[in-house]
Design a protein. Structure first.
Length: 259
């Protein structure tokens, strides 16, 4: 049976997260409903990763199996006809049955965006977190470098995380300032539940001067979520890229976010 990979972007504001759930809107339910209409049969999709309530994606990758014969353009146009305006299909590719959106991913990249100014945001209130106090992005970046490598990230893991292991390989983390915005960009082989938001919370504490830069290493070494500080707000977070082996030739790597 043919397998289709599909790239998606979405604004997660109106949803309780990616995963389908009873009595709550989800991105997955909307996507499956639209694809089922195009395929003329029920469709179950597998994502590269599950995003939480209020979290966005500039590049989510899914796959699904279908006997339906549609062009790649037909899948995109058909899906977008049936999906709400805050979810959009970007591309479709027919792939072999050895492709798996989750298990074949080599890495995922997230961007956490903070609007750093005295006045609360109006236009960006659903697309960026807000920190009133001035952030030292240089100190945040320097402090974050101790997280690179393979570590036990228990201190950055939500209590309800269901992963069998807290070990993750963080490939890169960068903190930069662009005008009144501070961006935290993180790439890892995979992420624990709330891991990026917990990293952001720790780095924000360093950035406003509540904690010294060396505290980040102390938190990592403690392997204790209770010592990890506040979980940053969800609206600043976006999944921005998923990297696969080049043999799949998918246009899924780092994507720019709209201003």
């Amino acid at each position: 049976m043919p397998r289709i990979a599909l790239g998606l972007e979405y604004d997660g504001t109106a949803y309780r997260g990616w995963q389908s759930q009873e009595n709550a809107p989800s991105v997955q339910a909307e996507v499956e409903r639209a694809l089922a209409f195009v395929a003329d049969h029920p469709v179950e999709v597998v994502p590269a990763g599950r995003t939480d309530a209020g979290v966005h994606a500039a590049m989510q990758v899914i796959h699904f199996d279908t006997p339906a014969s549609r062009s790649e353009r037909g899948w995109v146009l058909g899906a977008n006809t049936g999906m709400p305006n805050d979810i959009s299909a970007l591309w479709a590719r027919e792939v072999g049955d050895d492709f798996h959106a989750r298990y074949k991913a080599l890495s995922r990249s997230y961007r956490y965006r903070i609007q750093n100014r005295r006045s609360r945001p109006a236009l960006q209130r659903h697309r960026a977190a807000w920190v009133r106090e001035s952030l030292d992005a240089t100190a945040m970046h320097a402090a974050a470098q101790c997280l690179i490598g393979e570590h036990d990230f228990s201190s950055f893991r939500a209590a309800e995380c269901q992963s069998r292991t807290p070990m993750r390989r963080l490939d890169s983390v960068a903190v930069t300032r662009l005008g009144e915005y501070v961006q935290i960009e993180v790439t890892a082989n995979a992420f624990l539940h709330h891991m990026v938001r917990n990293i952001a919370g720790v780095l924000i504490a360093v950035g406003v001067g509540d904690r010294p830069p060396g505290w980040v290493l102390e938190v990592l070494a403690a392997r204790d979520r209770k010592l990890g500080g506040v979980t940053a707000e969800p609206q600043g977070l976006s999944l921005v890229g998923v990297r696969y082996p080049p043999s799949f030739a998918l246009p899924s790597e780092l994507q720019a976010l709209p201003e």
